[in-house]
Design a protein around this ligand. Structure first.
Ligand code: 8OZ
Length: 364
């Protein structure tokens, strides 16, 4: 086994990470009543604290921002108290943790919305996709277009959630700008048909993601504000006719705001990396902060990417579900546990906190 940069420390804004491995945000649908992280979440994140950076599962910034059953929030004081137990456990084990701030936009269902109203979107275009509610996969509901006058309230909800994240003891936040949720819906022309200041030209479609990034970084500091982007993913029925200039423009804006990182899903989320041509090196070149690369990385691709300076950190997703000690396993070249897709979303400890670490596996 040769020395690998993956296991070297890295300074990310205000904190020094013990290695260059991030745990990607992973939706697990196990929040308790009130959308509060449960004691099992404390165990789950604590088991994975050897990752250089943990990024939590996407967490809604408001009830309107929720799109799936049993996902945690970061808008109420009970949710803050629940998350505080998670961050305390991770910090006690020497780890660092950011929370992903989420507004799903049109990827929701009336049963989850305030007063069972329509989910909100840049334009009233229903997504051809399903969500998980009331124990079943269900078509998402028809959304309504946001009024111009509602947008400041949405930006404020991000700001409030970021302030709550600090109260909960997080090291920073990751704005969810990816995977066809609200900010991505505004940015891309397949979902945004607005004719006001938030639709039309690239500068207008990018306005919301940049205004949210500005508000959050003003609230908690740019050195604690990262963002996730997915320029070409088809996830959640999102598309753009010309993603390169759009994301070049967005990243220039994020760079001017001095965000601490961009976390880029290269290709189709959880799928092929080469789904569409896109020059990720252009984003890296435009951005002075940290570049976190994600999607389908294994040890070899991770090492090649770091050695060629194409990224600073590598985020692993599904492998962290089944390998709480992924860092040690990669370091030793040890075998990896397989993951069970049937327990990804919802349920209890099974498939959540019961995957064995190496020492436990050896003792069996
Ligand atoms: C899987 C299931 C539900 C939501 C994403 C937050 O794709 C998600 C998500 C993933 O970013």
């Amino acid at each position: 086994m040769s020395a690998s940069k993956l296991f070297e420390p890295y300074t990310l804004g205000a904190v020094t990470l013990t290695n260059r491995i991030a745990m990607a945000p992973l939706t697990r649908n196990r929040a308790a009543a009130g959308f509060v992280p449960s004691p099992l979440a404390v165990e789950y994140y604590g088991q994975r604290a050897s990752a250089g950076l943990l990024i939590t599962e996407a967490s809604q910034i408001s009830q309107q921002g929720q799109g799936y059953q049993d996902t945690p929030g970061i808008y109420s004081s009970e949710q803050v108290a629940g998350w505080r137990k998670v961050t305390d456990r991770v910090h006690a084990r020497g780890g660092h943790i950011y929370i992903q701030l989420w507004h799903v936009g049109r990827i929701s269902h009336t049963s989850l919305q305030p007063n069972h109203g329509a989910p909100v979107a840049p334009s009233a275009i229903r997504a051809s996709t399903k969500t998980f509610v009331n124990g079943a996969f269900t078509d998402v509901s028809e959304p309504r277009a946001l009024d111009l006058g509602e947008i400041p309230g949405i930006i404020d909800a991000y700001r409030h959630a970021a302030a709550n994240a600090m109260l909960a003891g997080f090291d920073g936040v990751e704005i969810h700008g990816a995977n066809g949720y609200l900010l991505d819906q505004f940015a891309k022309d397949g979902t945004n048909r607005r004719t006001d200041a938030y639709g039309g030209a690239i500068e207008s479609r990018a306005r919301l993601i940049l205004e949210v990034s500005k508000a959050v970084s003003e609230e908690i500091g740019a050195a604690r504000t990262g963002i996730r982007l997915s320029p070409v993913t088809p996830a959640n029925d999102v598309s753009d006719s010309n993603p390169q200039p759009l994301f070049d423009y967005i990243v220039d804006g994020l760079n001017a705001l001095k965000l601490v990182y961009i976390h880029v899903i290269e290709g189709a989320t959880g799928g092929p990396r080469d789904i569409a041509p896109f020059d990720y090196a252009s984003l890296r070149k435009r951005f002075s902060g940290t570049y976190i690369a994600n999607n389908g990385y294994d040890l070899k691709l991770a090492n090649d990417t770091l050695n060629h300076d194409r990224a600073d950190l590598i985020a692993f997703g599904k492998l962290f579900i089944s390998n709480p000690d992924l860092v040690e396993r990669l370091k030793l070249g040890a075998p990896l546990n397989d993951f069970d897709k049937a327990t990804f979303y919802g349920g209890g400890a099974k498939g959540y906190t019961d995957y064995p670490a190496l020492a436990q596996a050896a003792a069996k």
